[in-house]
Every structure is written in structure tokens, then in C-alpha cells.
Design a protein around this ligand. Structure first.
Ligand SMILES: NC(=O)c1ccc[n+]([C@@H]2O[C@H](COP(=O)([O-])OP(=O)(O)OC[C@H]3O[C@@H](n4cnc5c(N)ncnc54)[C@H](OP(=O)(O)O)[C@@H]3O)[C@@H](O)[C@H]2O)c1
Length: 329
């Protein structure tokens, strides 16, 4: 498999290379791609050194699969050029997610929808992936009606520049700002840009993407997305109202049996999900399960995952694995 990693020098790109190596993705030729600024730079994959190339050179090489994490604009311009030469693109940006002609895939939920004709496949938003995966089997049994989610998102979700801002602030160094305010010792109710309706783009991704992934418009989601000074790992407080009443023991059982999800819920020993425990893990961690006593059929839960892994690289590579295993590329 000739594989291109577009955005290889970025935060997601770095983890992408790690996960491709760990999972032994069947690579015969690897193309590491970034902006013109990085062309010629050396990167290592499985102890071998590679030279970063530009996008035009990568398209000319006609890879079978290209995994993009290079921002929406790059994807809008270049994903169709790869698709035109026969490459299947798995894209991490928000560029194609809500395009009705493109699939939005969390493999454990809807990879079965993929066909050979899908040449540009969208990876959902990092906060969406962990939420829908944790809820997927509960939705099947109890049917979600309304979800209220508040996120606590790490700076690595913004990219290299934001991680540097936090590190500089902790070290007392003045440097470039990724956010309009300091993030160290602070909390910003602001992830991505503000829209006309008063929500941020991140909040609207959380509100809109789940229906597309489940192919089900019967439930609604409302979100508040917040940036916190953690280096990596997104956390979410999720309040979900179901159509049907549930049994808490059954909820625990279902979550513990959901593929890709780990139940971490024993308050007697202070066991609950945290970003430091989810770091470098591919799974989504769920805990603090309790009945919302203020209204019927409603559950409170706490969901944590490594945003660079299941929220980005791992999910994209799992899509790639599904395509390979099912002869779809
Ligand atoms: N961070 C997360 O948790 C997360 C999760 C899900 C999805 N995503 C998405 O993944 C993408 C990358 O995020 P990131 O956090 O890895 O950002 P990042 O650390 O800022 O890295 C951006 C990458 O894109 C490349 N790039 C930028 N402009 C380019 C251009 N014009 N042509 C080719 N390559 C270009 C950069 O190359 P240079 O080094 O040459 O500039 C770099 O490799 C974004 O679309 C983001 O929304 C991120």
C-alpha cells in the first residue's frame, strides 16, 4: 500500500506516524507531506528517515490512500486532486464532514456504509468521536432524545502553536499566542470561531455530526465547548435523556461491552476517567455514571479520550484498515 500522510509535521501527523507503526499498517511506500515550509525536512518512521515532500509531488506519486490532517483549506483544495488520480482520502479536517455526498465515519458505528466509490471520507471532530462512541450502544437500546454536552478540551486540540503557548506561559516566556487570552491558569469558553448564532464552530460540530454518524435525526444535541489548560486529552460532561427508561446496572454492562470503550466507574476507589490516564490510549473512557434526578430517563456521564488518538489519528487509521480489509481501495 502506497500511503501518504498529509500534515505529517503537525500534532496529529506525528501521532499518525506513531499509530501507523504500532498497528503495522500494510505500507510498502510512505510519502510524508507538509507545506512548502517543511519540504526537505527529515522525519523518521520505523527507524527509517524520510524527506518531507510537497502536495503536488505527492499527487503525482498516486498513493492508494492519503490521510490528511493539514487543515480545512488544504483539504478543500487538495483532497479532490488526490481523488482524481484514484487515491482514497481520509480527512481529519472539518472541510467535508457535513457534505451530504461524503461519509462521516466512526468505524465501530458506521464503517459498513463505506464503498469503493467513497474517495473522500471524513473523520469526525475529536470531541464528537468520543461522545458518539460512548453513547452508541446505549442509543441502540434506550434511544437518545436529547444530549447536553459541556467539553473540557486540551490545548493539543488546537495544534502545535497552542501547545507552545501553554508551555511558554508555564515557563514564564513571552511568545506567540494561539488564543486571544492566556490559557495557563485560565479556562476559555471558546473553541474554534464564533458563529452568527452565538455558538462556536466546535459547538455546532458537536450538535450536527452525531445525527449524520448515526444516520438518525430523531435526537438533538446542544453543546458548550471549553478550552482548559491540559496538554492532551479531551473530557466531556454529558447529560443524555433517553426515550426509554434504563437500568443503571444495564447501562454499566452495555458501556463495558461497547467496542473501543472502557468503563472506569468506581467512586469507592476514586476511579474515574481523566486525561492523564487516557494519554496515549486508543480507547474512550467512561465513568461517573449516575441518574439525573431532575428529570426522567436521563443519565449523567463523564467521557475522556486522547484527542490526538481516537479523536484523530487512530480513528482515521481504523478507517484505512477497514478499507484495506474489505478490498475497498
Ligand atoms: N489536534 C487535534 O486534536 C485534532 C483532532 C482532530 C482533527 N484535527 C484536525 O487535523 C488538522 C491538523 O491539526 P494539528 O493539530 O495537527 O495542527 P498542526 O499541529 O498545526 O499541524 C498542521 C499540519 O498541516 C500542515 N499544513 C498546514 N498548511 C499546509 C498547506 N498549505 N499545505 C500542506 N500542509 C499544510 C502543516 O505543515 P507545516 O509543518 O509545513 O506547516 C502541519 O503538518 C486540522 O485540520 C485539525 O482540525 C486536529
Amino acid at each position: 500500500m502506497k500511503v501518504a500522510v498529509v500534515g505529517a509535521t503537525g500534532m496529529v501527523g506525528e501521532v499518525m506516524l506513531k499509530v501507523l507503526a504500532e498497528r503495522n499498517f500494510p505500507i510498502t511506500e510512505l510519502l510524508l507531506v507538509a507545506s512548502e515550509r517543511s519540504v526537505g525536512k527529515k522525519l523518521t518512521f520505523k527507524n527509517k528517515e524520510y524527506t518531507v515532500i510537497g502536495l503536488a509531488e505527492a499527487v503525482a506519486a498516486k498513493p492508494q490512500i492519503a490521510i490528511f490532517s493539514a487543515g480545512g483549506d488544504t483539504s478543500l483544495e487538495w483532497a479532490p486532486k488526490f481523488a482524481e488520480v484514484g487515491t482514497t482520502v481520509v480527512d481529519n479536517s472539518s472541510a467535508w464532514r457535513m457534505d451530504p455526498t461524503k461519509k462521516l465515519v466512526v468505524p465501530e458505528i458506521n464503517a459498513h456504509e463505506l464503498t469503493k466509490d467513497d474517495k473522500i471520507i471524513a473523520n469526525p471532530n475529536c470531541s464528537t468521536i468520543q461522545m458518539v462512541l460512548a453513547l452508541s450502544q446505549l442509543h441502540k437500546k434506550y434511544k437518545m432524545k436529547r444530549v447536553v454536552v459541556s467539553t473540557y478540551q486540551s490545548v493539543s486540540g488546537t495544534g502545535v502553536k497552542a501547545v507552545r503557548q501553554l508551555e511558554n506561559e508555564i515557563a514564564g516566556i513571552e511568545g506567540e499566542m494561539a488564543y486571544p487570552y492566556p490559557i495557563s491558569r485560565n479556562v476559555l469558553p471558546h473553541c474554534d470561531v464564533f458563529l452568527e448564532n452565538g455558538y462556536t464552530k466546535e459547538e455546532m460540530k458537536l450538535a450536527r455530526e452525531p445525527q449524520k454518524i448515526f444516520n438518525d435525526k430523531s435526537f438533538s444535541v446542544t453543546a458548550t465547548a471549553v478550552r482548559v489548560p491540559t496538554a492532551g486529552g479531551h473530557s466531556e460532561s454529558v447529560n443524555v435523556q433517553f426515550e426509554n427508561d434504563f437500568d443503571l446496572a444495564d447501562v454499566r454492562q452495555i458501556i463495558s461491552e461497547t467496542p473501543g470503550v472502557i468503563l472506569q466507574d468506581n467512586t469507592a476507589i476514586n476511579s474515574y476517567p481523566m486525561p492523564i490516564l487516557a494519554h496515549n490510549k486508543d480507547e474512550v473512557f467512561v465513568g461517573r455514571l449516575r441518574r439525573d434526578e431532575s428529570q426522567p430517563n436521563t443519565l449523567n456521564m463523564w467521557i475522556v479520550a486522547d484527542n490526538l488518538r481516537k479523536g484523530a489519528a487512530t480513528n482515521a487509521i481504523q478507517i484505512g484498515e477497514y478499507l484495506v480489509e474489505n478490498n475497498l481501495i
